[in-house]
Design a protein around this ligand. Sequence first.
Ligand SMILES: [Zn+2]
Length: 227
Amino acid sequence: MPKTDSRIRKNTRQYHGQTDAESLVNWLNVTEDRVGRARVMGIVEAFLMALYQESAPEPDNSTLGDGTHRRLTTARRKLVEAATRKLDRLLAYYKVIPSIMILSAQKGRVQYFVSWRPAPGSKVALHGRTVPRPGPGREWKKHYEIPGGQMGEIGALFNVLELIKTGLIYKVSGCRCGIFYFKKFAHQRFCSQKCKLAEFRTNDVVREKRNEYARKLYHLHKTGKVK
Ligand SMILES: [Zn+2]
């Protein structure tokens, strides 16, 4: 029986892609770049729509007399193609250049970062907002310290791409209160217990109004005022 290899460190991550999910959710919640955020979420929505359209169960292959298959141009096929084209168009906005940034050595240690930067002259370079950085004369914000808190739109996009690759993107969701969160279980619809209860209360109010209307209508019928 082999002994446990103590050199292998225990994996403390709870799930694959956790770092990307954490950074993305943080960024969605703290970024001041609302336009960039809408663009990034637009890609997530377009991807999920393309996936949904493609997975609809209606067959669009027909078998010809000689046994070969042919793809039919069904209404659904057109929807799939439209969804895919939209996704391509949204992604084409990002013209980027790979970047390896090596920071000057401090105490003999060199640090480097691999990322992507906007291609000069591209739309993303012209319209993309720079991330405010903490510095002299600039107010320190708590979110500068959290993972993803200082990320730009391109960084967020690459988190999205990683989460699409690992199949976890559908777990990043927006709550009724405007906060983004990572779903811990498949049917989670709210960021917190507080929001869940708030939603149920709203439903109660709606239900109560409906019941009241039904009672009134019943009464009117009974008294012969409406038929
Ligand atoms: Zn909420």
